[in-house]
Design a protein. Structure first.
Length: 114
């Protein structure tokens, strides 16, 4: 199993980023997937999830209306479009299955700062 996140970076408040996560080693299209974020010294926090067919999408309240999760099962990829970014969105972002796969990728750092 491998999860490879990309797309993070430094962005000003109000800006946008699009994160990607390419998965391999498991039957991606049968799994509900999710994006998590981790603040320094904290546990992973669930940010958004999407079921296997792209339905049943959920977001944590703090990102509703700003973030959009999507997936492409033909590419084994899940995306997180992040808009109207705030300094409090600064964290390392990871993808994983909704129930967890027993491992984490390296994540991608998102820093929102002027």
């Amino acid at each position: 199993v491998q999860l490879v996140e990309s797309g993070g970076g430094l962005v000003q408040p109000g800006g946008s980023l699009r994160l990607s996560c390419v998965a391999s080693g498991f039957t991606f299209h049968t799994y509900a997937m999710a994006w998590y974020r981790q603040y320094p010294g904290k546990e992973h926090e669930l940010v958004a999830s999407i079921y296997s067919r792209g339905d049943n999408i959920n977001y944590v309240d703090s990102v509703k209306g700003r973030f959009i999760i999507s997936r492409d099962n033909t590419k084994n990829t899940v995306y997180l479009e992040m808009n109207s970014l705030k300094p409090e969105d600064t964290a390392r972002y990871y993808c994983n299955s909704l129930g967890g796969l027993g491992l984490w990728g390296q994540g991608t750092q998102v820093t929102v700062s002027s």
